[in-house]
Design a binder for this molecule. Structure first.
Ligand SMILES: *Cc1c(COP(=O)(O)O)cnc(C)c1O
Length: 426
């Protein structure tokens, strides 16, 4: 092999994987086992004391999951990753390493509806307080910083409207405040945007969406950029102070630029328990092999559908950053030059009733609460994912009563447009 660095598509197929050393199996085997035999008593003790790396028990790590972790870390340009059971589990595990009860984190208001719920209600019961900011107003992040702020959380391409976040501008605010920037990169995938290249310290994903890509397996992942100094300022005791769980070792001192991924595994996943099934890891790994092909088709189809909708008389507006006229088009050109993703919203002149009616008339589009499937999907957020918000909050998060959200699949674009045409026209 020459010493050139492999490209993205090559990494998507190969990173982290090698033929199975005992059987020669070329696809990564599903290591469907709960536990792993130790060589001897010393080996067991060194694994438990974090003096050696190796497999103990699948709640803490599994060889199939390890291939997935190495692959996504390579695609995102991070130092290490940790796979967990879902995107929401990734968010809990990340924040558990950063926040003590009474601490705060700042989150962009434009977020996946489930994240708004998780941050507002579940995290509040842990004593973690979310402070909302507006990603269209970078100064609102600066104003929200207090001595108790421990992290900033944004989405690269934000739900539900597909708006593009100025990651570099927000990373500057985070750097100045001495807190890590966490980017949920689910809607972009590393094929479109690599947040670490723009200053993110931690990347999280719902693997359930574009990375797995086929609507068949839940999963989540945390990627450590290896860039943040956890010891500066004494704000992150989980990483910088001696851990009583592991004979007093300090994780940053011991593990350096992948200490955060280790903390998530040995303090988060070990104790909270949201382990990813190796079967799901296998399904998601298989999906990732075709990520570049799928993602490009998703984006090309989405642009064609958005252009069709923008010209339709029943449509009031289309919010897709890939359209030249869109408010986020400049940011899309900068951060996502290959395409602005495949999840976006549009609003109907007929309001709430027209939204409900459209969803019921579509035939090829599936009406369901997911995104990032090979199949095209539709949902009316105001009556479903965002129904718990009051009207003002719905509008603020891009889910007003007249708004319909699409996740464009990889079918033939002519068929998608024909389905929308019949449903809008009838
Ligand atoms: C789906 C989703 C999540 C939550 O992921 P799950 O795998 O469903 O737990 C988080 N963020 C975004 C942007 C999502 O689309």
């Amino acid at each position: 092999m020459s010493d050139r660095l492999p490209g993205f598509s090559t990494l998507a197929v190969h990173a982290g994987a090698q033929p199975d050393p005992t059987t020669g199996a070329r696809a990564t085997p599903i290591y469907q086992t709960t536990s792993f035999v130790f060589n001897d008593a010393d080996h067991a003790a060194s694994l438990f004391g974090l003096q050696a790396f190796g497999n103990i028990y699948t709640r803490i790590g599994n060889p199939t999951n390890a291939v997935l972790e190495e692959r996504v870390a390579a695609l995102e340009g991070g130092t290490a990753a940790l796979a967990v059971a879902s995107g929401h589990a990734a968010q809990v595990v990340v924040l558990q390493q950063l926040l003590q009860p009474g601490d705060e984190f700042i989150a962009a208001r434009k977020l996946y509806g489930g994240s708004i719920n998780q941050f507002t209600h579940a995290f509040k019961s842990f004593g973690w307080n979310v402070v909302w900011a507006d990603s269209d107003d970078i100064a609102s992040f600066e104003r929200a910083i207090t001595p108790r702020t421990k992290a900033i959380f944004i989405e690269s391409i934000a739900n539900p409207g597909g708006s593009i976040t100025d990651i570099e501008a927000i990373s500057t605010v985070a750097r100045k405040a001495g807190v890590p920037l966490i980017v949920d990169n689910t809607l972009a995938s590393p094929y479109l945007i690599r947040p670490i290249d723009h200053g993110a310290d931690i990347v999280v994903h719902s693997l359930t969406k574009f990375l797995g890509g086929h609507g068949n397996s839940l999963g989540g992942i945390i990627v450590d950029a290896g860039t943040f100094d956890w010891s500066a300022g004494g704000k992150y005791p989980m990483l910088s102070e001696p851990r009583p769980e592991y004979h007093g070792i300090r994780l940053q001192e011991t593990f350096g630029n992948f200490a955060f991924a280790i903390a998530c595994r040995v303090l988060g996943l070990r104790d909270l328990g949201p382990a990813l099934s190796p079967f799901n890891a296998f399904m998601i790994l298989t999906g990732i092999e075709t990520l570049p092909l799928r993602m490009q088709k998703h984006c090309d189809n989405a642009k064609a559908v958005a252009e069709f909708l923008a010209g339709h008389p029943a449509v009031a507006s289309v919010s897709y950053a890939g359209l030249a006229s869109d408010k986020y088009n400049q940011l899309a050109r900068k951060y996502a030059p290959k395409g602005a993703g495949a999840v976006f919203t549009f609003s109907l002149k007929g309001g709430y009733d027209a939204g409900v009616s459209l969803v019921s008339k579509l035939q090829l589009f599936s009406h369901l609460a997911n995104v990032g499937d090979t199949r095209s999907l539709v949902i009316h957020p105001a009556s479903t994912t965002h129904s718990q918000l009051d009207d003002a909050a719905k509008v603020k998060s891009g889910a007003g009563p007249d708004v319909v959200r699409l996740s464009i699949g990889i079918e033939d674009k002519e068929d998608l447009i024909a389905d929308l045409e019949q449903a809008l026209g009838a």
